[in-house]
Design a binder for this molecule. Structure first.
Ligand code: KG4
Ligand code: ZN
Length: 362
């Protein structure tokens, strides 16, 4: 251990740059790594590249990397100002090491290592999904181990059994598209732009979720894997039928499109809820943590809450603003890893990134 273990407060700076959000945050372990006090968020700052990528209908990796370069220092300044602290207050620098876009990851990782070297502080690379997974620990109602975690982001859909920090067992995952990808691709077909999840959810509010019967692959049986690739074909086919139909009202089939959005959301949510309940049943656990961007979906939250309440299961979510990518979850994951003795931060400044990285191997 290159840091002094003790009970003095320890401040961890977190830098996230794996995809299309640059996030910087400062988290404090009030009693240091040796104390039991839970980490708390001192300040965080975020820049979303959504506006920039919107024109292209999706994330352009090269543009993402360049924008991270522009944002990381101003966001660092904003975070420190928010915490009322100077650079010297940073004890450890944490960064997202993967998974994600290689060039984007390199920006945050390079900045973190350069900063740590200049400050003579240790660094720690964090798994992006571990950040999502642990993010509810920053909420007013934090979970307790063990729990089942439903990780639903733009790139991943996984069910994990979580017995403690660093003790993650994969129960099931998508065999093709991620849930967020299903939202994004369906939204794109409906001409809703990027990112599609929130846009499709908004349109779904005006539609009827039972209007179109869309497939729910792998729903039956006791497998905990997911498959969403067939859904986009079904959405495409249905959309073609709608567009080919006569537009009697002259509204560009607005109601049918809203119905299709609602039916798509219903299909994705039904599968996510059913598999989560199955994972809880198979593990016998009574606690569920939902994390990742799709965890912001209101319908998913409402259905999970209702079904879990009936079964005496507690559901935990991150604060809504910490559902999508952010630096706070990276600083938090580093803090929890250090506190649990699962990781060491080192004064080692040569670096690599892991665009593909299995959480169960962390
Ligand atoms: O976790 P995240 O911010 O980034 C990744 O690590 O992928 O997740 C982004 C994903 C996108 O697919 C986005 O469309 C989806 O989360 N998302 C939503 C909602 N908000 C974000 N999907 C459905 N409903 C939402 N309200
Ligand atoms: Zn994410």
């Amino acid at each position: 251990m290159t840091m002094t273990p003790g009970t003095a407060p320890l401040r961890i700076l977190g830098i996230e740059s794996s995809c299309d959000e640059t996030g910087v945050a400062l988290v404090e372990l009030p009693e240091g790594v040796a104390g039991a006090a839970a980490p708390r968020l001192l300040a965080h700052a975020l820049h979303s590249q959504i506006d920039m990528h919107q024109a292209y209908g999706g994330v352009v990796p090269e543009l993402a990397s360049r924008d991270h370069i522009r944002r990381v220092v101003p966001l660092l300044r904003e975070t420190l100002a928010g915490a009322g602290l100077g650079l010297e207050a940073v004890d450890v620098v944490a960064h997202t090491r993967g998974p994600g876009l290689a060039g984007a990851l390199l920006v945050g990782t390079g900045a973190a290592c350069a900063l740590a070297m200049a400050l003579d502080r240790p660094v720690l690379g964090v798994h992006h999904l571990e950040g999502h997974l642990l993010s509810p620990f920053l909420s007013a109602d934090p979970p307790e181990f063990p729990f089942v975690a439903l990780l639903v982001s733009g790139g991943h859909t996984q069910l994990m059994r979580v017995d403690g920090v660093g003790r993650y067992a994969l129960l099931g995952e998508t065999i093709d598209d991620a849930a967020g990808e299903a939202f994004d691709k369906s939204a794109k077909m409906l001409g809703l732009g990027y990112p599609g999840g929130p846009a499709l959810a908004r349109l779904a509010e005006q539609g009827h979720p039972q209007a179109y019967r869309l497939p729910r692959p792998l729903l039956r049986g006791d497998l905990l894997d997911f498959s969403f690739a067939g859904l986009k074909t079904a959405v495409w086919t249905q959309l073609a039928k709608i567009d080919a139909g006569e537009d009697t009202v002259g509204d560009g089939h607005a109601q049918e499109r809203a119905d299709l959005a609602a039916s798509t959301q219903a299909a994705i949510v039904e599968v996510l809820v059913a598999k989560s309940l199955l994972a809880l049943k198979q593990t016998g656990l009574k606690r569920l943590v939902v994390a990742g961007g799709v965890g912001a979906n209101r319908q998913l939250r409402a259905d999970l809450d209702a079904q879990c309440r009936r079964r005496g299961v507690r559901v935990h979510y991150p604060e809504l603003h910490l559902c999508t990518d952010n630096g706070a979850m990276i600083a938090l994951a580093a803090a929890m890893r250090l506190q649990s003795g699962q990781a060491e931060a080192r004064r080692q400044y040569d670096f690599d990134v892991r665009p593909r990285w299995d959480l169960a191997s962390v």
